[in-house]
Design a protein around this ligand. Structure first.
Ligand SMILES: NC(=O)c1ccc[n+]([C@@H]2O[C@H](COP(=O)([O-])OP(=O)(O)OC[C@H]3O[C@@H](n4cnc5c(N)ncnc54)[C@H](OP(=O)(O)O)[C@@H]3O)[C@@H](O)[C@H]2O)c1
Length: 340
């Protein structure tokens, strides 16, 4: 191994399962030796770690669509980095790769699930970190939920919550490219200004405003045809009142409930019946068959400036726990990452 590299792997483990809000004490930081490679393996130095809301549910052992992280295990997470040693025929030193190495500075892989996005000779065509955001899992989530489930038609109104975040920002920009009216919901006037002025949404409503319901009504004069749901709770109830007959709701996330000890539920459920709304939950991995095509389309849009991206970057693995908690509370604008 190259002696210029660190001799240790810094890792953050899950120490205990939170009840209610996550705290920094739920994590533990350790250093372990970097393992030596066997035939068919690669060693990757991770440059960026993605912080995503789904990690909150992996900290819990409640029954879910995915296995929880075990206590004492490295926290799960997407990473992008560079191959620094290879005994794998398909990967060379200098290859840039996206993987699921979790909250650690190095990872060893047999190549399965490793996505090559550049090499020493032909570096990635977009910034490496963007493969964790708009050209990665959150981008595919936006693409699949919007087009496969929401099925918007040009001229329709698409509304998305958490609009200034990783998924929401892509949903609105894809809706605009598709010829729709794009309206966001986000927390605070600054996020709303970013969504309209930088991302080109037609309107954005601040859910923290005391006049939220009235402002929402004014922002969707023709009602809502597709509501891309990222947050749930009282926002969903307010939106249900604005949905059109035969509208669609791809249910992507319910972040307002992730740290709650008691779920809010849906009070305005009757609207789903009376307006014949189609509601479908989804997990992005359901769409493995369109993943490659979605990534290609998104990367093209980003490369040519048709989709804009923004990142909030915490510096150093040791700051991952506080950055993660901050993201769950809305401290991020765009994609939350950690530079390793
Ligand atoms: N189904 C899937 O396969 C899939 C895949 C990826 C993501 N998701 C879901 O998509 C949603 C967005 O994920 P992301 O990665 O793009 O995160 P993100 O939007 O970049 O960050 C989370 C945002 O949620 C908002 N938020 C937090 N608490 C809230 C509350 N009580 N009410 C309203 N908004 C709140 C905050 O924005 P504000 O400042 O605007 O409040 C925060 O910035 C999450 O629900 C996530 O679980 C689902």
């Amino acid at each position: 191994m190259n002696l210029m590299l660190s001799l240790h792997n810094n890792q953050i483990l899950l120490k205990r399962r939170p009840t209610g809000w996550v705290t920094p004490d739920d994590f533990e930081s350790v250093q372990t030796p970097i393992p030596s490679l066997s035939a068919g393996q690669v060693l990757v130095k991770n440059h960026f770690l993605s912080l995503d809301p789904y990690m909150r549910s992996r900290m819990s052992d409640a029954k879910s669509y995915a296995e929880p992280v075990k206590l004492g295990e490295v926290m799960v997470g997407g990473t992008v980095g560079e191959v620094v040693e290879s005994q794998h025929p398909k990967f060379a030193v200098g290859d840039q790769v996206v993987g699921m190495f979790g909250w650690q500075t190095y990872g060893v892989s047999n190549g399965r699930g490793l996505q090559k996005v550049g090499s020493a000779a032909a570096p990635s065509r977009i910034p490496l970190s963007v493969w964790l955001g708009a050209a990665g899992m959150p981008g595919v989530t936006a693409y699949a939920g919007l087009f496969e489930i929401g099925q918007p038609k040009a001229g329709e109104t698409v509304l998305v919550s958490a609009a200034a975040g990783a998924v929401g920002s892509v949903v609105g920009q894809l809706a605009k490219l598709h010829g729709c009216r794009a309206v966001g919901i986000a927390g605070g006037p600054e996020k709303c200004a970013y969504v309209c002025e930088q991302l080109g949404f037609d309107a954005c409503v601040d859910y923290k405003s005391p006049n939220f319901r009235a402002q929402l009504k004014a922002a969707v004069p023709n009602g809502v045809d597709v509501y891309f749901e990222n947050v749930g709770g009282a926002i969903l109830d307010a939106v249900l009142a604005r949905m059109n007959n035969f509208s669609r709701i791809p249910v992507c996330g319910l972040i307002s409930d992730y740290n709650a000890t008691e779920a809010y539920g849906v009070k305005n459920f009757v609207a789903i019946l009376s307006k014949r709304i189609k509601v479908q939950g989804f997990i992005v991995t359901d769409f493995a068959q369109i993943w490659g095509q979605a990534v290609q389309t998104l990367a093209d849009h980003i490369e040519h400036g048709r989709i804009k991206t923004h990142e909030t970057i915490a510096e150093g693995l040791e700051n991952a726990p506080t950055a993660f908690i901050g993201m769950l509370k809305g401290a991020n604008l765009g994609k939350q990452l950690v530079r390793l």
